[in-house]
Write a protein that binds this ligand. Structure first.
Ligand SMILES: Cc1cc2nc3c(=O)[nH]c(=O)nc-3n(C[C@H](O)[C@H](O)[C@H](O)COP(=O)(O)O)c2cc1C
Length: 290
């Protein structure tokens, strides 16, 4: 039997002390007590509820004594700003991550530009604040969130580890990345945080271009894949189920290209719902070599 694996003792903060876990870098913006915007860097922030109407949520793990935790508990709102991979930005994130500083002290050192969130969204429950806190202009994407208090904040009162279930009210993204998302091509350069590993430094990995691994050819497209691809391509254009079914035989690698052709043609004609007849009419004109 291979003896290559050896045990690693599980200690506190195991994600950075007993293992290698790639994490995102998110500046959480919140309203401080004086109304000033506080930016705190956080990496323990991941998708938590991924399906269901209005249910989508992130989980943020933050120290109970942080400005961010106090501000979310008081105001119930925050914005998750995903910071792109630039060493200058990571340096400033580490600066903003020094525990114990007040918002007024730390924000003097921030190099990030703040923009109001109000034009984009309203919190789902405006009891405390009528808007989400300002967002970071340099971010690739921002999740505007409301805290769901029905989820337990602490699993154990002895630990100052707070779990915030953050319902996603709105996702906003820089336009060029939104276009890449819909076309299925192109990725923003996002950093990978490996955490505070040796009690001296934070470690970040540079982004390299992602590579694709197609699903095996014999698996073909499933209805679910086609419907998903059609529905996410352009929110202004809806697809009838039978219209999606017309694309089942399109090889996976050409699926997005084909959807783009159909959506462009629909927009040209001012059509907002794609019917099977419309797909057939295009097929007749443009794809009669099939
Ligand atoms: C890149 C980075 C990621 C961090 N991730 C977390 C995290 O997920 N949870 C946490 O409690 N602290 C995390 N920290 C430490 C907090 O940023 C630190 O406690 C900071 O003081 C929080 O700011 P705030 O008090 O303004 O909220 C991180 C620090 C850095 C630099």
């Amino acid at each position: 039997m291979s003896q290559d694996f050896t045990e690693v003792r599980i200690v506190d903060n195991f994600y950075q002390t007993s293992s290698f876990i790639p994490m995102p870098v998110i500046l959480v913006s919140t309203f401080s007590e004086s109304g000033m915007i506080n930016l705190g860097p956080y990496s323990l922030c991941f998708p938590h509820i991924i399906a269901g109407d209005q249910q989508h949520a992130m989980m943020l793990i933050a120290r109970g004594s942080s400005n961010t935790a106090a501000n979310i508990i008081r105001t119930k709102v925050c914005a998750l700003n995903f910071i792109p991979d630039t060493k200058k930005y990571m340096k400033n994130c580490v600066m903003l991550g020094y525990p114990g500083e007040t918002t007024e002290e730390k924000m003097k050192k921030s190099i990030f530009t703040l923009l109001p969130a109000a034009p984009y969204s309203k919190p789902r429950n405006c009891q405390a604040y009528a808007t989400h806190p300002d967002i970071v202009k340099e971010a690739v994407q921002v999740f505007l969130c409301s805290w769901d208090e029905s989820f337990p904040l602490q699993y154990n009162k002895e630990h100052m580890e707070y779990h915030f279930l953050l319902r996603i009210d709105k996702i906003i993204m820089q336009r060029k990345w939104r276009d890449c998302l819909f076309k299925g091509q192109g990725f923003p350069a996002m950093p990978v945080d490996y955490g505070y590993r040796d009690n001296v430094r934070f470690w970040f990995a540079r982004h390299s271009p992602p590579y694709a691994i197609p699903i095996p050819r014999e698996k073909g497209n499933t209805m679910a894949t086609v419907k998903y691809a059609c529905s996410r391509f352009d929110p202004a254009v809806k697809w009838q189920e039978d219209a999606c079914a017309r694309l089942l035989k399109v090889p996976a690698i050409f699926l997005n290209g084909m959807i783009e052709v159909v959506v462009d043609a629909a927009k040209e004609k001012g059509i907002s719902v794609i019917t099977p007849r419309f797909v057939d009419s295009l097929r007749d004109k443009r794809f009669d070599e099939e």
